[in-house]
Design a protein around this ligand. Structure first.
Ligand SMILES: [Ca+2]
Ligand SMILES: [Ca+2]
Length: 267
């Protein structure tokens, strides 16, 4: 009788233990799902214009969007960009947004014969983070010999991390790509592309003060200043050999254009 009774008690205790274990497993998997596995974002790549000529600067902007579970933003990332090193030279990488909650960071790019490894992390307290939006701009230069065709730039080996404020741990963020983002195609064309006013060859994607500064420095003979002469010739005039005339008239028109003078156009 005693034995029978204790067997019954043991069986019911076992049932309770099993139920507790099952509930714990379910709760744990929910917790894991929320804190790590549920964190996702999408990457997209855009160029600062649709067509380039051989010799042009090519700017690619990498943007993060569709944040899920990323209340604490992005606290670090690395990815690789694979490109055709016979057609392009890597130039530089810059951060495209201001850190939230911090200011000091490390951003580097290691270029190894057509594979560029980009690495970002905040490096001083208080550790800042990045929010949804443009992350980095990567500049390449199309070689003068770059073949006239579409060239693939592929992004891979993405590792993104979110420093979880609740746990203090870094959670992995699953990354997917927006359609057409990897591989991203940069088209080199033989049709001359002119972007009046983008003296810097459209590195920054806008006609702005940087273009005026560059043009003035070029005309003043500063060493090492490279400009796009066709884009700088906003008055669209040419010498007897068909070369663009770039001079003070272009500076004046560009400045008036940026100051919003009515009727001023860049040609
Ligand atoms: Ca510009
Ligand atoms: Ca001119």
């Amino acid at each position: 009788m005693m034995f029978k009774h204790s067997r019954k008690a043991f069986a019911s205790a076992l049932r309770i233990v099993i139920v507790i274990v099952l509930v714990s497993v379910v709760m744990l998997s929910v917790a894991v799902h929320v804190s790590a596995a549920g964190k996702t974002l999408k990457l997209s790549v855009a160029s600062n214009r649709p067509l380039y000529n051989a010799g042009n600067m090519v700017g690619l902007t990498v943007t993060a969007s569709d944040f899920v579970g990323l209340q604490d933003g992005i606290d670090g990332f690395t990815f690789k960009v694979t490109y055709d090193a016979t057609a392009f030279d890597y130039q530089f990488v810059v951060l495209s947004q201001t850190l939230t909650g911090g200011s000091s960071y490390s951003l580097s790019a290691n270029d190894n014969n057509g594979v560029l490894t980009v690495l970002f992390y905040p490096d001083k307290q208080p550790l800042g983070y990045l929010t949804a939006g443009d992350l980095v701009k990567i500049a390449f230069k199309a070689k003068d010999t770059a073949p006239v065709k579409g060239h693939n730039f592929s992004i891979s080996a993405c590792e993104f991390a979110d420093r979880n404020n609740a746990t203090g741990n870094y959670d992995n963020v699953a990354v997917s790509f927006k359609a057409g983002s990897s591989p991203f195609v940069v088209n080199i064309t033989s049709v001359v592309q002119k972007h009046p006013g983008n003296v810097d060859d459209d590195i920054d994607g806008v006609v702005g003060p940087v273009d005026v500064i560059l043009l003035r420095r070029y005309l003043a003979g500063w060493p090492g200043v490279e400009i796009h002469l066709g884009n700088a010739n906003v008055t669209n005039d040419f010498d007897g050999d068909g070369n663009p005339i770039v001079g003070p008239a272009d500076v004046i028109r560009l400045r008036r254009y940026l100051a919003g003078w009515t009727g001023v156009v860049l040609e």
